[in-house]
Design a protein around this ligand. Structure first.
Ligand SMILES: CC(C)(COP(=O)(O)OP(=O)(O)OC[C@H]1O[C@@H](n2cnc3c(N)ncnc32)[C@H](O)[C@@H]1OP(=O)(O)O)[C@@H](O)C(=O)NCCC(=O)NCCS
Length: 170
């Protein structure tokens, strides 16, 4: 039976839904922010068209695997605040958890809140393979988030030319 892939994932302060094409207008705000994208292999989007293509990839992934990166909306204001989700590496080698917040939402525990919701989703719908995350060695804040979510550092890998640490969920 196909998974119910279009329902909302709800957390205390956020709601997450699959991306729609029109979301590029909002998501370009953080996809094009060099500070937000500093530690992301591939880097920031330079044009709105780049973000449209990115969202297209996320939507194709959703169709194929019934999960993908989702848009995070602030529950009270309804504003788009970032993206988070599960995604296969391009070579299909492993599933990774990721989160990216627009700068006004940093430092308020949102990454851990949405990360926990994804772990619960994964355990309910897909817990047949291990779960990973990749993080730049200098990105201490993100490493701290992963450790709090129950991930340990597993090994090093170069991804799109960027040296990354691969974390694996315990
Ligand atoms: C990385 C990111 C997701 C973190 O999310 P967040 O909700 O802002 O995380 P928080 O501010 O709650 O911080 C998480 C933890 O890191 C700690 N932390 C913050 N800055 C830190 C630093 N410079 N060094 C070490 N730890 C730090 C916080 O104290 C907190 O730990 P605590 O709860 O034990 O106090 C967010 O900053 C972001 O979206 N950045 C841009 C995109 C990105 O890099 N995504 C991750 C790719 S792997």
């Amino acid at each position: 039976m196909p998974l119910q892939n279009h329902h909302w994932i709800e957390t205390e302060r956020t709601r997450m839904r699959p991306f729609e094409e029109a979301d590029a207008e909002h998501a370009f705000d953080w996809f094009s922010d060099f500070e937000v994208m500093q530690f992301i292999p591939g880097g920031a989007d330079l044009t709105l068209e780049d973000s449209r293509r990115r969202i297209h990839r996320y939507r194709e992934h959703q169709k194929l695997h019934c999960f993908s990166k989702r848009l995070i909306l602030h529950r009270e204001t309804g504003k788009a605040m970032g993206d988070s989700g599960l995604f296969y590496l391009p070579d299909g080698k492993r599933i990774e958890l990721g989160f990216r917040l627009a700068k006004p939402y940093w430092g308020q525990g949102y990454a851990i809140e949405v990360g926990r919701a994804w772990l619960e989703w994964f355990d309910t719908h897909h817990a047949v393979e291990p779960l990973f995350a990749d993080v730049h060695p200098d990105h201490l804040r993100s490493r701290r988030v992963l450790e709090k979510l129950g991930f340990d550092c597993s090994h090093k890998e170069t991804i799109l030319g960027m040296p990354m640490l691969i974390y694996r969920r315990r």
